[in-house]
Design a protein around this ligand. Structure first.
Ligand code: NOJ
Ligand code: CA
Length: 663
C-alpha cells in the first residue's frame, strides 16, 4: 500500500534515522491515562494505557493521499501544552464545563509538507487529530485514513452496525473481538473493567468515520466515500475531526464526560439571546399511527383548527413550542420525486393567521422541512424559506431527510456533512434553531453553533408506531451509546401506550409492525422518566394532546423545564438500568429506567442542595397491579441526606420532581 499511495504520516521506505524511533508520551492531568506515540520505518502508531494497563496496543496513524507524502525520515519535533479552564454555554446538560487536559503535538516536517498529530489527554479520555499543510497543493484527495483502534484485551461492546446511510438501527451486544463493523459512538467494557467509547468530535468538511475490521484483524477507520470512491476532497491546509476515546471506571462516567464538547471550538454566534431551550408538542404522532395524514385530505393533521387547539393547549400547560408536520405542499410527492414546497402552505393551514395567533399566546411556531433527501432543491430554496419563516416570527426548524440523496451520495459522506452544516449556518443567519432528523452524527458542534440544538440519529419514538418498536433494553442502551454524542430528539412521552384502539377507530391497524406488533414497549412512568433520561434542549411531549387532557401525570411535563443547568448520571449499567438527575434553576428532576427486568434501586439524594427541603412528587410504576398503564403519584418532603427506593416494573421507570418547599 505504501508504494501505491502516498501516506500522509509515513510514506516512502526511506532510511530511518535514530530520531524517528523515539516514543514520546503524554499523560492525563490525574496521571491515569497515558498516550504514547511511536514511529519506525514502516508506520506511525499511538498506544493508550489506563491505570498502568494496556487499553489500546500500538495502533496505526495516518491519512492516505496521492498528492503528497511525509517520509519516514521527516524531521520530528514535539511541543507540549496544557489547559485548565471552565467555560460556559448558553444551554446544555451542564452550563458550566471544565476543560482540563495535557497536550502533545507531534510535528513532522518534510520538504513539501508539514503534518501535526495533536493528542489531548483528559482525565476522562483521549483524542487526536491530523493537521496538515501541503504547500502548493490546492485540493487534496483523501483516499483512506489509516487510524486504528487495536484493543489489548477482549470485552463487551454496544453499537449499531456500520452504515453510511442511517443511524436508525438496533443495538448489538458483541464481544469486542467479534465486531466486524460499527458506527460510533462505539461503547465497550474491557475484560479489565475499563469502560470506554470511541467516537469523533468536530466533524466538518470530512466524511463520518465508521469502524471496520481490517485484514489484520484490527478495528480501523473507514470513511464514508463519495460516489467516485474518494473519501474527501480537502484543501492543502486542513484539520481533520478528532478521533476520541472516552474512558471511565463506571458506565455512568461516560455520560458525565464533556470530552466531545471540549474538543469543539467556542461559539461562532455572538448574540445567543434568541437561542432558547423549550418544551414542545406537535401534530405528529397521529401521522405515524396512520390516524392522520401529512397530505391534505379528510384526515389531514396540520389544519388551522388543529393548530389553534395545539397552541391553546401549549399556552395552558407551560409549553413553549408547537410543531406542525404536513403544513406545506409537496407531501403527495414523498417517496416519489420528492418535490416539496418550503413556503406554500396547504389551503387548510392558514399560516399567517396561525402565526399571529401563536404570537398573541407567546407560543413559538415550529416549521418543518422534510426534504426527502432532495439536497439540490432544498439548498436552492432554504435561504428564501428561512427568511420567510423569520418574517413569521419563527425561531425553530425541524428538518428531515427520509429518502436517498440524489446523485448517489451517502447521507454520511463529505457531501452530507457539508450540507447539514450549510443548513445550520444558514439557519443561524435567520435566527433559527435546528432540530435535524436523519442527521449526520452529533460530534459536539453545538458548542460552536449553539443553534444546532438537537437531532435524531437513532431509532426514535416513531419506530414504536409502525415497527416492532424500541424495547426497554434499547432505551437502557441509548444513554450509553448514541446519547454520549449529544442531545437527541427522541420525542418521548406517549401516554396512550396501548394505542391499538386509536388505530382501530380509524381502520389503520395495518400500520402496526410486522406480526401485528403494537404499542409502546414500556410502562407509562417510564415514558415520563424518558423526558429526563433522554436529554434534549427541545423536549417534546409526543402524544396527541387528547391523551394528555386531564391526565394527572401530565403535571410532570408542566413542571418540567427543558432549560437545564446541571446534570448528573447517578447510576446505571449499559443495557440494564439508568438513573439521571437534572437541575433547572432551583428544581431537580430525576428519571430512572430499567430493562425487561423489574428492578429496585436505592438512590441517595446527595445531589440536592444541602439544607433545602424539597417537595418530591413521585410518578411510579403500579407495582401492585403490575399494570404498565398505571402511574402512582405521591408526594413527600425530602432533603439531600435522604435515600429513596426506586421500584420499577419490567420495562418500567420512575420520574420525580424536587421543588423547594419555599418556592
Ligand atoms: C422521519 C422523522 O424522524 C419524523 O419525525 C418525521 O415525522 C418523518 N420523517 C416525516 O418527515
Ligand atoms: Ca427518523
Amino acid at each position: 500500500m505504501y508504494l501505491k499511495h502516498s501516506v500522509i504520516g509515513m510514506a516512502s521506505l526511506a532510511l530511518c534515522f535514530s530520531s524517528c524511533q523515539t516514543t514520546p508520551e503524554v499523560t492525563s492531568p490525574d496521571g491515569n491515562i497515558k498516550v504514547m506515540f511511536h514511529r519506525d520505518a514502516d508506520r506511525m502508531t499511538y498506544a493508550v494505557n489506563v491505570d498502568g494497563r494496556e487499553l489500546l496496543l500500538p495502533s496505526a496513524l495516518g491519512v492516505v493521499s496521492p498528492q503528497f507524502a511525509i517520509s519516514s525520515g521527516a524531521e520530528m519535533s514535539l511541543s507540549f501544552d496544557s489547559c485548565d479552564e471552565t467555560w460556559e454555554q448558553p444551554w446544555g446538560e451542564n452550563k458550566l464545563i471544565v476543560n482540563k487536559y495535557n497536550e502533545m503535538a507531534v510535528t513532522l516536517t518534510d520538504s513539501a509538507a508539514v503534518m501535526t498529530i495533536r493528542f489531548r489527554v483528559f482525565d476522562d479520555g483521549m483524542a487526536f487529530r491530523y493537521e496538515w499543510n501541503a504547500s502548493g497543493c490546492d485540493t487534496m484527495t483523501v483516499t483512506d485514513e489509516l487510524t486504528e483502534f487495536a484493543f489489548a484485551t477482549n470485552g463487551t461492546s454496544w453499537s449499531i452496525p456500520g452504515n453510511f446511510e442511517t443511524y436508525e438501527l438496533d443495538y448489538r451486544v458483541l464481544p469486542i473481538g467479534d465486531v466486524t463493523d460499527a458506527n460510533t459512538p462505539f461503547t465497550f467494557k474491557t475484560e479489565t473493567g475499563v469502560y470506554g467509547s470511541i467516537h469523533e468530535a468536530a466533524l466538518y468538511d470530512y466524511p463520518e468515520m465508521v469502524l471496520r475490521r481490517n485484514d489484520a484483524g484490527t478495528l480501523k477507520a473507514d470513511l464514508a466515500p463519495l460516489p467516485d470512491g474518494v473519501k474527501a476532497y480537502v484543501p492543502g491546509r486542513f484539520t481533520t475531526p478528532w478521533r476520541t476515546v472516552q474512558i471511565g471506571k463506571k458506565a455512568v462516567d461516560l455520560i458525565n464526560s464533556a470530552l466531545i464538547l471540549n474538543l469543539n471550538e467556542p461559539s461562532k454566534i455572538s448574540d445567543t439571546s434568541w437561542i432558547k431551550p423549550q418544551k414542545y408538542i406537535g401534530i405528529w404522532w397521529g401521522m405515524h399511527l396512520g390516524t392522520q395524514t401529512w397530505v391534505m385530505g379528510p384526515r389531514h393533521g396540520a389544519t388551522t383548527d388543529n393548530a389553534i387547539k395545539y397552541i391553546d393547549f401549549a399556552a395552558a400547560n407551560n409549553i413553549q413550542g408547537v410543531l406542525f408536520e404536513g403544513w406545506n405542499e409537496g407531501w403527495e410527492n414523498w417517496g416519489g420525486n420528492q418535490h416539496f414546497d418550503y413556503i406554500k402552505a396547504y389551503a387548510d393551514f392558514v399560516i399567517d393567521s396561525i402565526a399571529r395567533y401563536a404570537q398573541t399566546k407567546h407560543i413559538e411556531l415550529w416549521m418543518h422541512n422534510e426534504t426527502g433527501g432532495n439536497i439540490p432543491e432544498y439548498e436552492a430554496a432554504m435561504d428564501s424559506a428561512f427568511a420567510y419563516y423569520a418574517s413569521l416570527g419563527v425561531h425553530t426548524l425541524k428538518t428531515g431527510y427520509a429518502g436517498g440523496f440524489k446523485g448517489g451520495y451517502f447521507h454520511h459522506s463529505q457531501y452530507g456533512v457539508q450540507h447539514y452544516q450549510r443548513v445550520v449556518e444558514t439557519a443561524a443567519k435567520y435566527k433559527l434553531m435546528v432540530d435535524a432528523h436523519e442527521p449526520i452524527k452529533e460530534t459536539g458542534i453545538r458548542r460552536t453553533w449553539p443553534n444546532m440544538m438537537t437531532r435524531e440519529g437513532a431509532r426514535g419514538m416513531e419506530w414504536n408506531a409502525w415497527s416492532a418498536g424500541n424495547t426497554a433494553t434499547y432505551l437502557c442502551t441509548l444513554p450509553f451509546v448514541r446519547l454520549l454524542s449529544g442531545p437527541m430528539d427522541y420525542t418521548p412521552g406517549i401516554f396512550d401506550i396501548d394505542y391499538s384502539r386509536a388505530k382501530a377507530d380509524k381502520g389503520r391497524l395495518e400500520w402496526n409492525g410486522p406480526n401485528g406488533d403494537c404499542c409502546i414497549k414500556t410502562t407509562l412512568p417510564r415514558q415520563i422518566a424518558n423526558w429526563v433520561i433522554i436529554y434534549s434542549p427541545l423536549q417534546m411531549a409526543a402524544d396527541q394532546i387528547e391523551n394528555y387532557y386531564g391526565h394527572p401525570a401530565f403535571r410532570f411535563f408542566r413542571d418540567f423545564n427543558a432549560d437545564c443547568d446541571m446534570s448528573v448520571a447517578l447510576q446505571g449499567e449499559i443495557g440494564q438500568y439508568i438513573v439521571v438527575a437534572r437541575r433547572a434553576a432551583d428544581r431537580w428532576y430525576l428519571g430512572a429506567g430499567t430493562d425487561s427486568e423489574g428492578r429496585t434501586v436505592n438512590q441517595p439524594l446527595d445531589f440536592l442542595e444541602p439544607g433545602v427541603t424539597y417537595e418530591a412528587t413521585v410518578y411510579a410504576d403500579d407495582i401492585e397491579a403490575s399494570d404498565p398503564k398505571g402511574v402512582i403519584i405521591s408526594t413527600s418532603r425530602v432533603t439531600s441526606t435522604d435515600t429513596i427506593e426506586i421500584k420499577m416494573l419490567p420495562a418500567g421507570g420512575q420520574a420525580i420532581t424536587f421543588i423547594p418547599v419555599n418556592e
